[in-house]
Design a protein around this ligand. Structure first.
Ligand code: NAD
Length: 344
């Protein structure tokens, strides 16, 4: 079956996603695109030489035109923070990159699903959704997918139970304001916080754990890994490949990814993570669990943090066109050029 994936950004994250996708047999064709051509050629060559021992996959370094026919485009390009640069300056730099990439990739892959991984991922997802002209359900930010995986891995260690039996989530921003809604966290069919009382086993284990400690571990582990090895890329690569597998398997799957909010919990016009249903055509539903008042306040805090960043960045510069239609002047996004009615 033909499954074509284009990965933009062949750095640590992009190359690891390509490698993981090949090892797991997720795609039949992978195009790697990066401004650093030599690195892209080297990464594609290195992975390609292992393919005789994997499911066949045609992986190569390409250009935007090679993305034609892609089912999924994954965006991982980014610039690390320079000394003295503020987070907002870095955000604006990466926003400018994703706007530039949107204009280059969309003409070749307008029917693809887009998976945004570049940080700050919720802002990048918002900007790409706004400027690309791609229907918003086809733009999926990796959001707190990785954080949820980190949380489950830590809980599984503490509870000595398979990660697959843990149904706990990280919601909100992929960043400092993310949080765990413990009221909906479950092990098997019981609430996680009540698990100790509901569990019966010959080899009774000690389940005591500190919620705050687990949450701090989840939030700080990205920073810890960066401190120890310079960057994080394996767990995000596995998480993104899981997302790709779910999309290709055509089974609607609940996962915490980032997408546009439309009034859910009183939040709108911002991308953040709640449990969305991801299907073959992208986001096809939202699950709105009963959160406590405190948890809803934390979700609002995340939304407000993200909105304050959005308010400080320039999204539309260079993308708006002034259209003169009849005797009216209209502003339209460049991608709406061919669809003037939409711009009214
Ligand atoms: P990296 O520096 O190793 O790679 C980034 C790549 O992007 C480089 O190869 C660079 O040449 C390329 N690039 C820059 N501008 C480009 C452009 N205009 N067009 C095409 N390619 C361009 O960084 P990395 O470690 O691979 O991280 C990539 C991004 O992923 C960062 O933003 C990082 O913060 C993010 N990340 C996200 C998560 C998550 O959970 N969402 C986790 C880890 C990393």
């Amino acid at each position: 079956m033909n499954r074509k994936v284009t990965i933009i950004g062949a750095g640590s994250v992009g190359a690891s996603i390509a490698y993981t996708a090949v090892v797991k047999g997720v795609a039949s064709e992978i195009v790697l695109i990066d401004i650093n051509k030599d690195k892209t050629l080297g990464e594609a060559m290195d992975i390609r030489q292992g393919i005789p021992f994997c499911t066949p996959c045609d992986i190569y370094a390409g250009d935007y035109a090679d993305a034609v026919g892609s089912d999924i485009v994954v965006i991982t390009s980014g610039i690390p923070r320079k000394p003295g640069q503020s987070r907002i300056d870095l955000t604006q730099t990466n926003v400018n990159i994703i706007k530039d990439i949107a204009q280059k990739i969309v003409p070749y892959a307008k029917d693809a699903l887009y998976v945004i991984v570049s940080n700050p991922v919720d802002i990048m997802t918002y900007v790409f959704t706004k400027v690309s002209g791609i229907p918003e359900e086809r733009v999926i930010g990796s959001g707190t997918l990785l954080d949820t995986s980190r949380l489950r891995s830590s809980l599984a260690d503490h509870l000595a139970v398979s990660q697959k039996s843990i149904h706990a989530y990280v919601l909100g921003e992929h960043g400092d304001s993310s949080f765990v809604p413990w009221s909906i966290a479950q092990v098997g069919c019981v609430n996680l916080l009540d698990y100790k009382n509901k569990f019966s086993c010959k080899d009774q284990k000690d389940f005591d754990f500190d919620k705050q400690e687990i949450e701090t571990y989840m939030k700080k582990s990205g920073g810890t890994i960066i401190q120890r090895k310079g960057a994080t890329f394996y767990a995000i690569a596995i998480s993104v490949c899981h997302l790709l597998e779910c999309i290709f398997s055509q089974s609607n799957t609940s996962m915490t990814v980032s997408s546009m909010m439309h009034g859910e919990y009183g939040i709108e016009d911002v991308c953040l993570s709640i449990p969305f249903i991801v299907g073959p055509d992208g986001i096809c539903g939202k699950i709105l669990p009963d959160l406590t008042e405190e948890e809803i306040a934390k979700l609002h805090n995340s939304a407000n943090m993200l909105k304050s960043v959005i308010a400080q960045i320039e999204i539309w510069f260079n993308l708006n066109l002034i259209l003169i239609v009849g005797n009216k002047i209209k502003m339209a996004n460049i991608f709406d050029w061919f669809n003037i009615e939409k711009a009214e």
